[in-house]
Design a protein around this ligand. Structure first.
Ligand SMILES: C[S@@+](CC[C@H](N)C(=O)[O-])C[C@H]1O[C@@H](n2cnc3c(N)ncnc32)[C@H](O)[C@@H]1O
Length: 276
């Protein structure tokens, strides 16, 4: 049997990269593919870009996405998780596709990542959220609720004194905070943020930290096969998880490798080309 690949960053189509990897070895696969925006995504630095234009629009995009979701399904462990990150353009279609692949019982959560900042629409309500679809092969995937608790609201009476039920039982607040719900308020990376590397559509470290801490344990393997600037890989490494990343864009792979070296002090050759 081929050796299990870990802590490696591939340049190539995730479809081909997936075929190199060990089935049932990933505890979490986070996918943040192009959103079908119809735009060329340009970074703040020359060369940092990828193309999100689709001839035929969603009619081309959705079969492309489905083929790649099918390719990674077998890579998940029995209690592992896939989180697909999209926005209003395709998340509703993707949910139907994921229901087909995982079965409807594979759906765990639809997480809304709400953010502010950026421009405001004058013709409709401003679109200020992304959708993260969490699916698993298991009805009880790994979920570390205590690792991702958030502080109680300052106005919460429960947080101060707990609550006494009709039965007389006294429920006390958890010193770690309250379980986080499925609407996440996390700021986008603003132009002055220190974590900003200039790659278009770079996601915040805080978003990936919550997913990785909540859905995996130390030592687990995390995959991000549209890794862009490498946010997932940096967080996985920092939290003591193994990781595999890939991206079709050479600029993305260069950016992610630089981040892993700088932010995680990884040395040696971590990149490889995956022939298309
Ligand atoms: C939304 S960006 C990912 C951003 C990333 N999460 C970050 O924090 O920087 C989508 C990425 O998917 C990559 N991509 C597009 N098609 C791909 C494919 N077939 N295989 C692998 N990566 C692909 C693009 O090059 C782009 O970097």
């Amino acid at each position: 049997m081929a050796e299990k690949i870990v802590d490696k960053l591939f340049r190539g189509d995730m479809l081909h990269v997936a075929s190199l990897l060990t089935p049932k070895s990933f505890q979490l696969i986070y996918l943040d593919p192009p959103f079908a925006t119809g735009r060329e995504q340009l970074g703040s630095k020359k060369g940092l870009a990828y193309d999100d234009r689709w001839v035929g629009d969603l009619d081309t995009y959705l079969p492309w996405l489905k083929e790649r979701l099918l390719a990674v399904y077998d890579l998940l462990t029995d209690d592992g998780s896939l989180v697909l990150h999209l926005d209003w353009r395709a998340s509703h279609y993707a949910r139907v596709i994921l229901d087909e692949i995982f079965g409807r019982q594979g759906f765990i959560n639809e997480i809304i990542w709400h953010y502010t900042g950026g421009g405001r629409s004058k013709t409709r309500f401003s679109c200020k959220h992304d959708t993260l679809l969490w699916y698993s092969r298991s009805r009880r995937p790994v979920f570390n609720i205590d690792a991702v608790r958030v502080p109680y609201k300052k106005t919460s009476g429960y947080a101060k004194a707990g609550i006494v039920a009709a039965s007389g039982r006294h429920y006390l607040p958890d010193p770690l905070g309250t379980p986080v719900d499925d609407v996440w308020e996390i700021p986008i990376i603003n132009p002055m943020a220190t974590e900003r590397v200039g790659y278009p559509t770079q996601k915040p470290l805080k978003l990936l930290t919550r997913l990785i801490e909540g859905l995996t344990n130390p030592g687990d393997l995390v995959g991000d096969f549209c890794c862009g600037s490498g946010t997932t890989l940096v967080v996985a490494q920092s939290l003591g998880r193994h990781w595999v990343g890939s991206d079709i864009s050479a600029a993305a792979v260069k950016c992610a490798a630089t981040r892993l070296r700088k932010e995680c002090q990884i040395e040696g050759d971590i990149t490889a080309d995956c022939a298309d």
